[in-house]
Write a protein that binds this ligand. Structure first.
Ligand SMILES: C[S@@+](CC[C@H](N)C(=O)[O-])C[C@H]1O[C@@H](n2cnc3c(N)ncnc32)[C@H](O)[C@@H]1O
Length: 238
């Protein structure tokens, strides 16, 4: 089985630099939207799936929200702990592959008021059966009527235009291969779901009121998905 590239220190260091540069400035706007859509406030709890260096976890915690951040990368969580300390907030970080979310929470259920998974954080690289397992485990952890907000690649864009002929796009499986030529050569396979597949996956996991929206990083809002949007946002309610 291919190792998850997020377990490679050099890949993570490189990615973190680019996440900070591209996405950190827009985080405050994303948080405004997230708290409004999740309907959470001080004293409530949010699960941040694939939390990385805590970009969203830390901002939510600074609003008095109890946050659990789960990530597979020790390097990301080391950085997240440093940032938490610098901001003088508290976040509960858990080093874990999302695939083992249910086992990690030892079968606990109905404990979070909302969940987020922002920026291709765990789902998509594992195959749909595993993605479904993660969604089912997430749903179990949410309280009744709590919501999950997830952002992921928009498969429609991949199926349009010349990209369909690209060697890095497998149109039968809808997967994209990203190659990283840093200190080592690594590659990551990401499933670019089309909206109807994502809706079906959320339905299979038992989510209701599923919505698919378009967005740009740092500009989250309620707008329709455009075919050429790079990413899409999926919102589901337990
Ligand atoms: C692009 S980063 C985004 C981080 C953060 N959500 C943000 O928006 O800044 C993707 C994150 O997902 C984590 N990740 C990838 N696969 C994962 C898995 N199977 N289980 C847990 N975390 C995973 C990576 O370690 C990385 O921190």
């Amino acid at each position: 089985m291919t190792r998850n590239p997020w377990e490679n220190e050099n890949f993570v260091a490189d990615s973190l630099e680019s996440i900070d540069r591209k996405f950190l400035p827009g985080t405050a706007q994303e948080i405004e939207f997230i708290i409004r859509e999740l309907g959470v406030s001080s004293g409530q709890s949010v699960l941040d799936l694939g939390c990385g260096a805590g970009r969203h976890s830390i901002e939510l915690a600074s609003l008095g929200i109890h946050v659990t951040g789960v990530d597979i990368s020790p390097r990301m969580l080391d950085e997240a702990r440093k940032r938490v300390k610098a901001r003088n907030v508290e976040v509960d970080f858990v080093l874990q592959d999302l695939l083992f979310l249910e086992e990690c929470f030892e079968g606990k259920t109905d404990i979070y008021d909302g969940a987020i998974s922002i920026c291709e954080s765990g789902l998509g690289g594992l195959g749909w059966e595993k993605d479904l397992k993660i969604l089912q485990a997430t749903k179990a952890l949410l309280r009744e009527n709590a919501r999950l907000i997830l952002t992921t690649f928009n498969g429609i864009r991949k199926y349009r235009g010349e990209r369909i002929f690209s060697k890095s796009f497998d149109f039968l499986n809808g997967t994209v291969q990203w190659n990283w030529h840093g200190k080592e050569k690594l590659s990551e396979i990401q499933k670019a779901y089309i909206p109807s597949e994502m809706k079906m996956l959320f339905e299979m996991a038992g989510f209701k009121k599923i919505e698919i929206l378009g967005f740009n990083p740092g500009s989250f809002g309620r707008r329709a998905l455009e075919p050429d949007d790079i990413e899409m946002m999926v919102i589901g309610t337990k």
